[in-house]
Design a protein around this ligand. Structure first.
Ligand code: ATP
Length: 306
């Protein structure tokens, strides 16, 4: 659905995107995660054809955004960071105006409008001026205009920024529902948002992609946790002698049982070789598992490396 190759963009001396490439398949829901100034909005504006990069290519549904921005914009739904809503218009009048701008044929408009209004839970707010709505409801109006033309792709720039916790939960629920019918790419700087909504995350820092992986892949580490039923003399030296082990940390007693973190040298899973050694040495194993890390740990370690 989206194919981005070698995208670069500068604003004067600031290089906002540096050789960014990624691919998003049909039906995926992908979070573009990064701190403030990482280049998320620049990426999104380029994908949606509102900003020209210096170099690189962007294909959306097989169409080149740089040469055919209008065709691409007709196919996607876009919620900008601050949606340009008209405060004096009622919700209904605004959505009708957007349906006209989207060139949705007159005869199809009633059905499309009611579907978008129903999907975003705006039924009871149609006659209210947009300027009188809460930020959460204005965001719903922004989402309603983004889905009016039933796009296969939705691109949402920080969809929950500035919302209160209840509104955040509601908008996330809505995004999950929309994901049943559309591919979704959304940007955020909130880790829990990615965990709540996506299978896959692209982490952007200083204009560069630092990770592009499924959450389950990111959670895996090369380390293993070994908990014994009872102490085994010389275990640390034995573990250390194994190929693929770069170190052993004693975790002390976990629930009263001796526990160790065995640090791996590469991404391979150490547990089979640890299991073999435990069998050979007659260690009484209480627990043996691959160690995992949270998205927050991954993100923080990248942030400290930058
Ligand atoms: P935020 O979460 O704060 O919106 P972001 O990840 O969306 O950040 P961008 O808005 O894409 O990041 O900005 C990337 C870099 O480019 C930042 O250093 C920003 O200051 C700079 N930048 C963005 N837009 C402009 C502009 N119009 N002129 C000059 N510099 C800009």
């Amino acid at each position: 659905m989206i194919d981005v190759q070698h995208l670069s963009k500068s604003y004067g001396a600031i290089q906002a995107l540096k050789d960014v490439s990624f691919h998003i398949d049909d039906g995926e829901i992908v979070g573009l995660l990064g701190p403030n100034g990482a280049g998320k909005t620049t990426t999104i504006k380029t994908l949606t054809g509102y900003l020209q990069p210096e170099s690189g290519t962007v294909l959306v549904d097989g169409i080149d955004v740089l040469t055919h921005p209008r065709e691409v914009q007709a196919r996607l739904g876009y919620l900008p960071e601050s949606a340009p809503l008209y405060p004096e218009l009622s919700v209904q009048a605004y959505l009708k105006m957007m349906a006209d701008l989207r060139e949705i044929p007159r005869e199809k408009q009633p059905a499309r409008l009611s579907e978008a209004i129903y999907a975003t839970g705006l039924t009871d707010h149609l006659t209210r001026p947009i300027g009188e709505l809460s930020k959460g409801y204005r965001q719903r109006v922004g989402l309603a205009q983004a889905i009016l033309h039933q796009p296969k792709l939705l691109i949402l720039d920080e969809p929950t920024v500035g919302l209160d916790p209840t509104q955040i939960v509601e908008i996330r629920r809505l995004i999950k529902r929309l994901a049943r019918h559309s591919t979704i790419l959304f940007s955020t700087h909130i880790l829990s948002e990615v965990e709540a909504l996506c299978d896959r995350v692209i982490i952007l820092m200083n204009g560069e992609i630092r990770a592009d992986a499924r959450l389950s892949e990111l959670a895996q580490t090369s380390d293993a946790i070994l908990v014994l039923q009872q102490a085994a003399p010389g275990i640390e030296t034995d573990l250390q002698s194994l190929d693929g082990v770069r170190g052993v940390e004693s975790l002390g007693a976990v629930d009263g049982y001796p526990a160790y973190r065995v640090l791996g040298t590469d991404t391979a899973d150490l547990t089979p070789v640890l299991f073999e050694m435990a069998k050979a040495k007659n260690w009484l194993v209480r627990e043996l598992r691959r160690d995992t890390q949270t998205l927050e740990m991954v993100f923080n370690s990248m942030n400290s490396e930058k």
